[in-house]
Design a protein around this ligand. Structure first.
Ligand SMILES: [Zn+2]
Length: 396
């Protein structure tokens, strides 16, 4: 299949209209003209290279400050990958699905003659036909800078390497023709680049829209009614008690001797009529500020040294006396055999502890239930173990 030039054009269009919200009208027209010129150039490039098929090896990489993030059609370009669901990027003709985001390792030729590998963040979009490299997002993460001259872009990497990217005469764009490292190179250098990405605290959310943390009074909070929401907003704005806020929302009645009552309108006019009488919602800040120290009935006990070890008194031989107790664990525990698929009801929920008075041996028997049947069977196992291990019979 020959390269769909229309698709390339579409991506140039997308980049141009990416910042549409900030464009002025005459600015837009000028940019549109420039864009059409570039489209024509691209089209001629396409006809010149007709017959070529789109593949990992012949898809060029465009150094493009118009791209806010890199772009690739190939999953195999990524050295780490996070699938994305429901993310789309709109261009003029249609909406394109983004399947994932990740780090791509590009192989760039330096002026010293050898290649360097740099990590770049990119979207995986199978519908696009070129690779885009977003220099500003790379410089933001890793440092470095670039100079654009008449015939090339000189890109200085943070480790003083210089990459010279010539303008392709047919498209008049800075293009690197074979930016893909081989699979062996990906395996060899990829892990080093990944660690550098982590070191730069790259996170996916940081690449998307900035997050605005919501307040309790947000319209999406279903726990509040409309009047309560309005009340809590006034409370946050005025920083006074919500009951007082409600008083300010009511009519003011004044008694005047020897005359009718004087009624003045409320100080705060509300959108919701019931904001003045609704039940007062809880406010986190107020709750924290009105906390009080409580001293519940705590008893402290101290062991008497004279009675220490009284239960073990006169128990000289192993097996003379064994103490037991049971314990309950609320987190279900996996059985020691099997594959952990028994489900929460049939997992361990507790067990029995056995402690020998003379030898201080402690033995734990895990149990699914703490009923008599399983406990007796556990006791049997403990006694059998004592006999097998040391020839001891449990007497008491
Ligand atoms: Zn408050």
């Amino acid at each position: 299949m020959p390269i769909q030039l229309t698709n390339i054009c579409r991506w140039r269009l997308y980049d141009y209209f990416d910042g549409h919200s900030q464009l002025r009208v005459n600015d837009t027209y000028h940019r549109y003209q420039v864009l059409m010129t570039r489209l024509n150039i691209l089209r001629s490039y396409q006809s010149a290279s007709s017959g070529a098929t789109r593949s990992v090896t012949n898809t060029m990489l465009v150094w493009d400050t118009g791209a806010s993030i890199g772009l690739t059609p190939f999953r195999s370009d990524f050295i780490d990958y996070l699938p994305l669901d429901g993310v789309t990027v709109k261009d003029i003709a249609r909406t394109n699905a983004v399947l994932g985001i990740g780090t791509i390792m590009w192989k760039l030729p330096t002026t010293k003659g050898h290649a360097v590998f740099i990590p770049a963040v990119a979207y995986h979009m199978p519908d696009c036909d070129i690779h885009l490299f977003s220099p500003q997002s790379y410089f933001n993460l890793h440092g470095g800078d670039a100079t654009v001259t008449a015939c090339s872009v000189e890109m200085r990497l943070p480790d003083t390497h210089v990459v010279d990217i010539p303008f392709d005469p047919t498209v008049n764009l800075p293009v690197i023709h074979c930016p893909q490292p081989t699979l062996e190179e990906q395996d060899k250098f990829g892990p080093h680049l990944l660690s550098s990405v982590v070191a730069n605290t790259l996170n996916v959310t940081g690449l998307a829209k900035p997050i605005c943390c919501k307040t309790v009074a947000d319209v999406t909070n279903n726990n509040l009614t409309g009047p309560q929401r309005e009340l809590i907003q006034w409370h946050s704005k005025l920083c006074i008690n919500m009951h007082h806020v409600q008083e300010l929302m009511r009519d003011r009645h004044y008694k005047i001797p020897n005359s009718d009552d004087l009624v003045l309108p409320p100080i705060l006019f509300t959108k919701n009529a019931t904001a003045r009488s609704c039940s007062v919602p809880r406010c986190l800040a107020c709750g924290l500020s009105t906390q009080k120290l409580r001293s519940p009935n705590v008893k402290t006990s101290r062991a008497k040294p004279a009675k220490d070890g009284i239960l073990k008194f006169n128990q000289y031989e192993p097996g003379d006396k064994v103490f037991t107790d049971q314990f309950v664990v609320h987190t279900p525990g996996r059985h020691l055999d099997g594959y952990g698929r028994e489900g929460p009801e049939r997992s361990f929920h507790g067990g029995t502890l056995y402690s020998d008075a003379a030898s201080n041996l402690v033995y734990v028997e895990c149990q699914t239930s703490l009923g008599a049947g399983e406990t007796v069977m556990g006791k049997e196992r403990f006694e059998q173990m004592c006999w097998n291990l040391a020839g001891v019979t449990i007497k008491n």
